[in-house]
Design a protein around this ligand. Structure first.
Ligand SMILES: NC(=O)c1ccc[n+]([C@@H]2O[C@H](COP(=O)([O-])OP(=O)(O)OC[C@H]3O[C@@H](n4cnc5c(N)ncnc54)[C@H](O)[C@@H]3O)[C@@H](O)[C@H]2O)c1
Length: 415
């Protein structure tokens, strides 16, 4: 049993904190957001990958404590994990949260302790900025007095097959002894750890994974637009290509990418390449550009369709960035809605997973079906399992399907 501190209890940090508590550690979770801490203390989850029951269980067993403030029970942590946001500010990496979290942990760091960064970032962050702030705050030396490592999170929120526990976890540290400590901790939390030579390798591997996904999505999105202009069904192309059986991966077109990993993280490496090497990372930048164009393209198609029907009322199905989650960060739906509004269309949305949405009026799932005939166009942006696609198609006047989720029908147009 170790005393573990998790700094940042979001989509990544909360599942880790609960899992570490289930694995028998004594966990202290810290988050600056009072609303999150209030919900957790009341036993209410706010991420798909942790149930309220699981949370209540570890709280009741005294395995997990959460707070907005560093507390006395943080004083002697064995392992401190940083899982805070790594956003962009004016297109450049903003590591202020990592720095602040490092300062918090640094104040409580003692000899023999271990600090691990999980936030996605450019290579060099752990051994550079994080090491410096920890040393400054603690007066200790990284690698000599405490262990320091990087272990990227590969969580796919809402994915029931590939979970935190069964997805192999990369582990790294600045020294061999550090690697042993980092590996020993994660071996208690996940089924398999995969050591790599150093934090920079682990940091860039995580970015490579995200960039590969973003680039493949951009490629199929570009293909989709070419196919549309050539009057070829891109979905048939996707399925036909998969019959090859090797060397092909199934990526599908859509309204764009969202969440933290794809639209933001690749820019960390693109920025570093320009800043430190004076050269562009062409694939990362091009993929970004192609995927960013998609929501505008969806809106353009929607405008064409709705105007040809003589109306102006649009219902957007799904605002989350991907199916069956409630996360709207960087969601393509935001770009679609803003673009539709800019073109003076009257937009309403429905998303049973999303709690906070202020851009438009919102319909509940129950209100949706009877309201469908009132809209001139339904734009299916996120293919949640909760939507009854048969009913949507039978009740709606016209559907623009960005995900190939609706059954074929004369009133369904695919993006
Ligand atoms: N969401 C994903 O699917 C995913 C997957 C893999 C990796 N990541 C990476 O993990 C990191 C965290 O992402 P997330 O989705 O969990 O973010 P999130 O916004 O859901 O959660 C981060 C939490 O950190 C808190 N926080 C910020 N600064 C803090 C501080 N100084 N002290 C305490 N708490 C602080 C915020 O209040 C927030 O609750 C990012 O670098 C992201 O790129 C995310």
């Amino acid at each position: 049993m170790s005393r573990v501190v998790v700094v940042g209890l979001g989509y990544v940090g909360l599942p880790l904190a609960v899992r570490a508590a289930q694995a028998g550690h004594r966990v202290f979770g810290l988050d600056l957001d009072p609303a999150k801490i209030e919900a957790l203390q009341a036993g209410r989850t706010y991420v798909e990958d942790v149930t309220s029951g699981e949370l209540q269980d570890v709280l009741a067993r005294g395995r997990l404590d959460v707070s907005t403030e560093p507390a006395p029970n943080m004083l002697h942590f064995d392992v401190g994990v940083i899982v805070v946001p790594t956003p962009l500010r004016n297109g450049e990496p903003d590591l202020s949260c990592v720095e602040a979290a490092g300062r918090t942990l640094g104040r409580f760091l003692r000899r023999g302790g271990t600090v691990v960064l999980e936030s996605t970032t450019y290579p060099g962050t752990t051994e550079g900025l994080l090491s410096e702030v920890l040393e400054e705050e603690s007066g200790l030396s990284a690698g000599r007095d405490f262990h320091l490592g990087f272990s990227p999170e590969r969580i796919d929120p809402g994915n029931r097959v590939h979970t935190l526990v069964n997805t192999p976890k990369l582990v790294s540290a600045t020294t061999a002894a550090g690697l042993t400590a980092v590996e020993a901790f994660y071996d208690t939390v996940v089924e398999q750890t995969v050591p790599v030579s150093n934090p920079r390798t682990a940091e860039i591997t995580k970015l490579f994974e995200n960039i590969q996904a973003n680039t493949n999505i951009a490629l199929i999105n570009e293909m989709a637009e070419l196919c549309r202009l050539l009057d070829i069904d891109v979905w048939e192309v996707v399925e036909a290509s998969m019959t090859k059986g090797h060397s092909m991966a199934r990526w599908t077109p859509g309204p764009g990418v969202g969440g933290h990993c794809l639209p933001i993280d690749p820019m960390y490496l693109a920025w570093l390449a320009r800043e430190e090497l004076g050269r562009p990372f062409r694939f990362a930048e091009l993929a970004q550009q192609v995927n960013e164009e998609r929501p505008v393209l969806v809106a353009e198609r929607a405008v064409e369709l709705v105007r040809s029907s003589g109306g102006d009322r649009v219902l957007v199905l799904g605002t989350a960035y991907k199916p069956n989650v409630g996360d709207v960060r960087e969601s393509p739906a935001i770009g679609v809605v803003r673009e539709l509004q800019r073109r003076a269309l009257d937009v309403t949305v429905v998303d049973p997973h999303v709690d906070r949405w202020s851009l438009t009026p919102v319909l509940s799932l129950e209100e949706m079906i009877p309201s469908l005939p009132n809209f001139d166009l339904v734009v299916l942006v996120t293919d949640h399992d909760d939507f009854d696609y048969e009913k949507v198609v039978s009740e709606a006047r016209l559907v623009l399907d960005c995900r190939n989720a609706a059954p074929a029908s004369s009133n369904v147009v695919r993006l």
